[in-house]
Design a protein around this ligand. Structure first.
Ligand code: SAH
Length: 450
């Protein structure tokens, strides 16, 4: 197989990145923006040892699952990969991603419960971080083009609340009046790197945070009243200074420009305070359903000690605190731990404690203090749990472990490690928190063997 060759073929599978898969001369070829069932001519663009990449040369007979994408920049943007297929097909593919991970990577044989789809496929997110640049002397913001750091100006993302578009379009001219320059990633110069917006799904409260290389506080001060009057929904306006040459968005230094240094939302009936640094699930409506499933999986009788590792602002544990004897939460970001403590207080939850630290190290310390939770919740970042976390949890000997994960591959790897230590993977349920994108969440129940 060589570059630029053209083959007629059929798409028969989908990768977890959302590329269609076909097989040509015994080799897997990945073709973006295709759908299972497409019959097409593929032009080979890159050949590697065990697989190749192609692009659509000609769509001969489109898949029955295809629909028209609603977003005009769908093809340039890397964010959505499923806009051109109907939602049933997206859900079927995501259900398969999760099944595949647990059976192939984990070599496990749990019960797979049907995927839980979302009621809304668009406008579901509550957070966005728009990179900023200058074009023709004007400040613009948008998104990175597929596999690149080139910014395509666009403020109407169909996954974000429409109020974000309104704020961006009103804010950019004010920032220009303040003579604020855009950050130039290549030369590490300029001021404004990202515009970060977050909205409480139930409360409607908005956080606006400008991520800068050097502080722009002095420049923006004369315009604060104007911004506050123009956008009364912004209850928190902050600056995060990030002088580093890095892909990490937020810096360590925060300056409050007006309002509170947090926003408030409600999750599973509990009032939740969120600092800009704290993690918060981006799809609140689906996250509430996810946590409800996790609670069902935990099967509380009312007398359990619960440990919530990677607890963020405490959302999961606090949604279960009324059903258990006691709750301990562990989280590495200090501001999130402060939020979690305040969240317990403001919801009159008295059986909860929160600790700041690394999940594995803290679990190890808790084991040494002879803390023996009956149920452990694990909700790690994409890279999953490290070995210390797994061994510490095993040493605590809980009867049930509920894993929540945004990365089925690492969840399956971790479930397999728990299997070696005597925990059976009983059931797995995929939950679609990120419609239109390639991402999917899953809940996993592990039971200690008798
Ligand atoms: N359970 C929370 C947060 C889940 S996201 C919720 O549902 O809202 C994962 C969380 O793990 C983040 O808050 C992140 O800050 C935290 N985290 C990342 N690495 C960690 C580590 N090594 N130890 C403890 N927490 C960690």
């Amino acid at each position: 197989m060589k570059k630029n060759e053209i083959y007629q073929t059929e798409i028969t599978g989908m990768t977890t990145e959302g590329n269609g898969v076909c097989h040509i001369e015994g080799m897997a070829v990945f073709v973006p923006m295709t759908a299972i069932g497409d019959i097409l001519e593929v032009r080979i663009v890159k050949v590697l040892k065990n697989y190749a990449f192609g692009i659509i040369e000609k769509l001969i007979s489109p898949s029955e699952h295809r629909i028209s994408p609603i977003c005009p920049v769908f093809r340039q943007c890397g964010g959505c990969v499923f806009q051109h297929v109907n939602y049933q097909e997206e859900l079927r593919d995501k259900e398969n991603f999760v099944k595949d991970a647990f059976t192939r990577i984990g070599k496990l044989n749990p019960v797979f419960e049907p995927i839980l789809g979302s009621d809304t496929r668009y406008y579901y997110r509550n957070k966005a971080q728009y990179p900023v640049t200058e074009q023709n002397g004007k400040l613009v913001c948008g998104f990175y083009a597929r596999h690149s750091h080139r910014i395509i100006p666009y403020t109407e993302c169909h996954l974000q609340p429409e109020s974000f578009t309104h704020i961006l379009n009103g804010l950019l001219p004010i920032l220009e009046q303040c003579h604020i320059s855009a950050y130039d990633e290549e030369h590490h110069q300029g001021e404004l790197r990202h515009i970060y917006l977050r909205k409480g799904f139930h409360s409607g409260e908005i956080l606006l945070c400008l991520v800068t290389r050097v502080s722009i506080r002095k420049k923006i001060n004369p315009h604060l009243k104007e911004i506050q009057e123009k956008f009364p929904e912004i209850v928190s306006f902050a600056e995060s200074v990030n002088p580093q040459k890095t892909n990490v968005i937020l810096g360590n230094v925060f300056h409050l420009l007006f309002g509170k240094n947090f926003i408030t939302d409600t999750m599973c009936g509990k009032k939740i305070r969120l600092s800009p640094q704290s993690f918060y699930q981006v799809n609140t409506a689906q996250a509430e359903k996810l946590y409800t499933i996790a609670k069902e999986y935990a099967g509380f009788q009312g007398n359990e000690e619960l440990l919530d590792l990677y607890c963020g602002t405490g959302t999961i544990g606090l949604s279960m605190a009324d059903s258990v004897k006691s709750l301990i939460g562990v989280e590495i970001i200090p501001e999130a731990v402060e939020n979690a403590k305040e969240n317990a207080r403001q919801n009159h939850i008295q059986n909860a404690e929160f600790y700041c630290g690394d999940a594995g190290k803290m679990a190890d310390i808790l084991t040494q203090k002879r803390i023996t939770p009956d149920v452990v919740i694990l909700d790690p970042p994409r890279k999953g749990c490290d070995l210390l976390t797994i061994s510490s949890v095993v040493n605590m000997n809980p009867s049930r472990i509920v894993m929540i994960s945004c990365n089925p591959s690492t969840a399956a790897r971790d479930a397999a490690r728990f299997a070696e230590a005597g925990y059976t993977t009983r059931k797995v349920k995929a939950v679609d928190l990120f419609p239109s994108t390639s991402h999917v969440e899953c809940v996993v129940l592990l039971l200690r063997k008798a």
